[in-house]
Design a protein around this ligand. Sequence first.
Ligand code: ADP
Ligand code: MG
Length: 408
Amino acid sequence: MTDPHQLLKQVFGFDHFRGVQEQVVGRVLDGRHTLAIMPTGAGKSLCYQLPSLALEGTALVISPLIALMHDQIRSAEALGIKAAALTSADDREAVVRRLLGGELDLLYVAPERANGEGFRRLIDRVPLSMIAIDEAHCVSEWGHDFRPDYRLLRGLLDDHAELPRLALTATADPRTRADILVQLGIPEDGLIVSGFDRPNIRYHIRDRDSGGRQILALLAERPGPAIVYAPSRRETESLAAQIAASGRPALPYHAGLDASVRAANQAAFVASEEMVMAATIAFGMGIDKPDVRTVIHAGTPKSIEAYYQETGRAGRDGEPAEAHLLWAAKDFALARQRIEEVPAERQGEERNRLASLAAFVESTACRRAILLRHFGEDPPEQCGNCDNCLNPPATVEVTEVARKLLSA
Ligand code: ADP
Ligand code: MG
C-alpha cells in the first residue's frame, strides 16, 4: 500500500490534507466504518478517491444522480484515477469488462442498481476495497431528501461486512446523523464532523417587497457571478429575462429545460465572471465554481439545511461572498399547505422543520450562530458578519409567521 501523504502529493497535487480529511482517510485505511459530515466544498471526494488507490480492489461509490457521477468520473480521470459508472447512459458491457479485468479503482452506481440482484452477483466476482455512500443523508427520513433505495443498501453493506464503509454528507443535523449511523450500521465512534462555519459568507435576510426590483438592485451592486434561486421554473425564466434586460448576462436553469440547454447554460455560467444564473434548486449539486460571489433566494428555501447547502455555493474560494434571502409570509403559508399533502406520519417532522426555518428568518440574533447551533456546533454569540450583527435590529419583532404556524 502506498503512503497516503505521497498519494496526496503525487496524484492530487496537494501538500496537506484539509480539515478532517486525514482523519477520515486514516480510518478507511484502517478498515473502520465511518460517517463523515463535511460541508460542501470541504473535499469529500478525496476521502474515498485516495483510499481507492491505496487499497487493493475496486471501490464502490453509491451516488444518487447520474450527472453527478459523470462529473466525478471526469475529475477522477483527470487525476489518472480509473473510474466508471454503471448507469443506463454508460456502455454496460465495456464497464463490466473493465471491472472484471480489475481495471477500475472506482465504480459509481446508483442505489436502485446497487440493490439489484444482477449487480450483487456481479460484484461477488471481483475484489472490492471499500464502499462509499455519497449524499448519505438520503438514507434518513429525518434528512431533507429521503430516498427509500438508500435505506435498502443495508443488505449490500452487510453482505460485504468486511469492507470499510464510508458515508459522506454535507447536511445532517444531529438527529439525522444518529439515524444515518443506525441505518448504515456504523458505530457511534465512527462519526467525524468537520466545522460548518463559512466565515467568508455574509448572511442577509429580509422581507421581500417587490421581488424583481429588489433583486435587480442587489445585483447592480454585486458584479461577480451570482445565483438567484427562484421558487418556480416560470420565475427563473422571467427573472433571467429581467436581469438580462438590465444589461447583465443572465440565464435560466431548471429541470424542465432540455438537457442540452441545461448543460450549455451551466457551462456558460461556470466560464463567466459576471453571469447570473436564475435557477430552481435543480441547479448546484456537484457544480464546482469557486468564485460565486452572491447567492440570492428569491423565495424561502425548504429548510435550514437546504438554505445552508444552497448559500454554501457562494465563496468556495474563501474570498468574501454574500447570501441574501428575501422572504414573505405567504411562502410559509404555501409551505404549510404542502405539508397537508405528505403522508400523515411525516407531517409533524415537516412542521418542526418549517417552524425552525420561520424562527431563523425572523430572528434578531446572529444568523451564523443559529445556523451553526442547528448543526450541533457551539458557536460564539456574535459573528460580526451577518445582517443582525452588523445592524442590530432596534426592536424585537413579533414573530407573525411562527404564530400562524402554531395556530393550525
Ligand atoms: P465536496 O464533495 O465536499 O463538496 P469536493 O470533493 O468536490 O468537495 O472538493 C471540493 C474542492 O476541494 C475540489 O476542487 C478539490 O480539488 C479541492 N480539495 C480537496 N481536497 C483538498 C486539499 N487537501 N487541499 C486543497 N484542495 C482540496
Ligand atoms: Mg461531493
